[in-house]
Design a protein around this ligand. Structure first.
Ligand SMILES: *Cc1c(COP(=O)(O)O)cnc(C)c1O
Length: 357
């Protein structure tokens, strides 16, 4: 990060919209005919949405709140609405604003059908092996084969149109593993959809493309992924993290440096109530020190202002000499960062938000 781009009012989130635009455009190009939706839950910031929108085919939303916000921000972008536990109000809202609704249970199908016509995908929870996944989205998400068949049987008497299948089964997989998963989904879904008379079937193979916080320059191999996806059907992907993670920074300054029982702590303005990512992922968050060009000379633990031992950005990591006023920029803070953080804990001031265009 260029030190000239550091805002005066720290802590600050700084979004690199130019870099984001280039990145999403390159992902779009690599995917060829496969449709690209952005999963808004990774970062629903309006500036991020407006930057991503021209390069995606749609946005995936997972709550009535996201649906309303994204529709207001992007009036014309196609939306897909998913998520377990949809209320009647959310289903009614989705019928008006979403192009596709992802059905999570036979009961949900019946509740939606009672409201009137809608285009649906059935969300499948399939027993495929996903070695190496950071998260496996089994459990309550989607339906097993029995529940999917139950939905397919109920559909003909309803005003709903079955368009295809949705399967978001794992996250944190690299391109070869994601291709293997997509092939398994398609191989299962095509006969299922044919059996139920779906013309021009759509298969949404989800998001979850790997982001490696231990290696900020490593990127998911979109070229290999795009080339390897099955070409025999209308496919859709809906990544979140791998689109926006790299284009946000959380920038702050050092308040104190101290050594307690042999361990050095660098206390930063703000904390994990602004950037919860390292706590939820259990990693040392990547950062650079903008006010020092020196190589690391010692190790320290980077903490925030919260009165909890969990307020740790990075533990016992190499640092250059640091003192109050030095500026630290945490990179890879563009996804699952501010919007997943517990902002109000301890009532510290909120960060400021800035965009580089
Ligand atoms: C969270 C989520 C995504 C996006 O996952 P990423 O790991 O951010 O790519 C896509 N689809 C569904 C259904 C999700 O719940």
């Amino acid at each position: 990060m260029n030190p000239d781009d550091v805002p005066a009012d720290l802590p600050a989130y700084v979004y690199d919209l130019r870099g984001l635009k280039e990145h999403v455009a390159s992902v779009r190009a690599a995917l060829g005919p496969t449709e690209l939706f952005y999963a808004a839950k990774a970062n629903p910031d309006a500036e991020i949405l407006r930057t991503v929108a021209p390069h995606v085919d749609g946005v995936e939303v997972s709550s009535g709140g996201e649906l309303t916000h994204v529709r207001e921000t992007l009036p014309h972008t196609p939306l897909a609405f998913g998520g377990p536990g949809k209320t009647d109000d959310e289903l009614a809202l989705a019928r008006h604003h979403a192009d596709r609704i992802h059905i999570e249970s036979p009961r949900e199908l019946t509740r939606l059908a009672a409201l009137g016509p809608a285009d649906v995908l059935l969300r499948a929870n399939l027993p495929f092996r996903t070695p190496g996944a950071a998260l496996s989205m089994s459990g309550p998400f989607g339906m097993d084969e029995d529940a999917l068949d139950e939905c397919a049987r109920r559909l003909p008497g309803t005003p709903l149109a079955l368009r295809g299948v949705h399967a978001h089964l794992a996250s944190g997989l690299d391109a070869p593993a994601m291709l293997d998963l997509a092939a398994q989904i398609v191989e299962w879904a095509l006969p299922f959809l044919e059996k139920h008379g779906v013309d021009d079937p759509e298969i949404n193979v989800g998001g979850g493309m790997a982001v490696d916080y231990a290696s900020p320059t490593t990127r998911f191999d979109w070229e290999t992924y795009g080339r390897g996806l099955p070409g025999n059907t209308r496919l859709r992907v809906e990544p979140g993290r791998a689109l926006t993670a790299y284009h946000g920074r959380y920038v702050t300054d050092v308040l104190d440096v101290k050594t307690t029982r042999g361990e050095t702590y660098v206390v930063l303005r703000g904390g994990t109530h602004h950037l919860r990512t390292p706590v939820t992922k259990g990693h040392d968050h990547p950062f650079e020190v903008l006010t020092s060009k020196q190589a690391p000379t010692s190790r320290a633990t980077l903490v925030g202002q919260l009165c909890t031992p969990k307020d740790v950005f990075a533990s016992n990591v190499p640092v250059p000499p640091l003192s109050p006023g030095d500026i630290v920029a945490f990179s890879m803070a563009g996804a699952y960062a501010w919007n997943i953080s517990h902002h109000d804990f301890l009532m510290h001031p909120k960060p400021t938000f800035h965009c580089l265009r």
